[in-house]
Design a protein around this ligand. Sequence first.
Ligand SMILES: [Zn+2]
Length: 89
Amino acid sequence: MNISRVYANRGRWVAECECRSASQVQPEQKAWRCEECGAGYRLLWPIQRVRIETLLRPRRIVNQNWNIGEPVDHLLAENIEHGLAPEAA
Ligand SMILES: [Zn+2]
């Protein structure tokens, strides 16, 4: 089965298909099937998912983004830069 790496976009976790279609997925979700082309994927979540969620939570929805491979410390640095609580939880 193919693997789809999950990323955060506007406060949602998103999986993307090779056909470029994307869907929101839930943290407990292990697999996903593209509604456009029917391709099946196993979902690969960031190891620091919970920390990413914690760091994104105090932001405006439009800024609740995390890209695949982005160091989580980037999010912390951006929060500090914008005067947001570094760790909200
Ligand atoms: Zn697809």
